[in-house]
Ligand binder design. Structure first.
Ligand SMILES: [Zn+2]
Length: 270
């Protein structure tokens, strides 16, 4: 297997649970064929090694080291594994907080775990984080502010559902937003989706949890999401697609003008 350098990424799926699909390896191949830079997030640290192995030799698939807030109640004891693997991971996710009724009983534990993860990321530096914030946007932002002190990590808010003022706060904290088709379908999100700064936008599927044409969304559905978003913002969809890949490049490197190919080579899975 070769580890070719991506020539020209066309699309970005910055939050997809690749390992929850039965045809995990086929998805990875599709991402390469269609030039979709895809972040495969994981829900437990134990899943990381296998995901890295599956993505090896496929430059378009990146792997996140995660500990999902909805699993903290059963998996908090995997935190030492997370901390041990962190030096191998450039990407971290899915992490975050979930204050929805089903997970509220573990909320204090979630906060403890999230704080430990953020502190560890800050200490290592240079991590890119994909963050869940269901019913907990302001708390998530507060934790980011408190614990990402060195400002070398980049938080990406996945499926952001906060208010306009929370979005403003997130932008001040340097966050990016990964947007999915379910957000575009929700009319009450439209004003916010139009207002977010174009240079902080990324796209995601959050598959297989989000569906597309009544089947789990796949990274190859990203072009449709970009087209819908472009329509909503009244801009050309090719321009938006280019903007999103260039946002990815700037997010991966604060060096202006650094090419995305070089960045992807540098920031491949580990
Ligand atoms: Zn997710």
């Amino acid at each position: 297997m070769t580890s070719a350098v991506p020539t020209s990424p066309r699309w970005v799926d910055f939050h997809c649970h690749l390992d929850l699909y039965r045809d995990h390896q086929d998805l990875i191949r599709e991402c390469d064929a269609e030039k979709i830079v895809t972040l495969g997030v994981t829900t437990t640290p134990k899943a990381f090694a296998r995901n890295v192995e599956m993505a090896m030799g496929y430059p378009y698939t990146l792997v996140g080291l995660g500990l999902h807030p909805q699993l903290v109640a059963e998996r908090a004891d995997e935190l030492p594994i997370f901390e041990k693997l962190l030096s191998r991971a450039r990407y971290v996710g899915e992490i975050g907080l979930d204050a929805g009724p089903r997970y509220y009983s573990s909320f204090q534990e979630q906060r403890r775990v999230f704080e430990r993860i953020l502190r560890a990321c800050d200490e290592h530096g240079g991590k890119i984080l994909s963050i869940h914030s269901v019913r907990a946007v302001s708390k998530v932002l507060k934790e980011l502010d408190l614990h990402l002190r060195n400002k070398t990590c980049v938080p990406v808010l996945h499926w952001f559902t906060g208010t306009k003022s929370e979005a403003t706060r997130a932008i001040e904290l340097g966050c990016y937003f990964s947007l999915n088709v379910e957000m575009v379908r929700s009319e009450k999100m439209h004003a916010l989706l139009r207002a977010l700064p174009i240079d902080r936008l990324l796209t995601e599927t959050d598959g297989p949890f989000v569906t597309f044409d009544e089947r789990p969304a796949r990274p190859t559905d990203i072009p449709s999401t970009v087209a819908l978003l472009a329509k909503l913002r009244g801009i050309d969809s090719t321009r938006l697609a280019d903007q999103i890949t260039s946002n990815l490049a700037s997010m991966l490197s604060p060096t202006p003008g650094a090419s995305i190919n070089r960045q992807l080579r540098l920031f491949k899975t580990t």
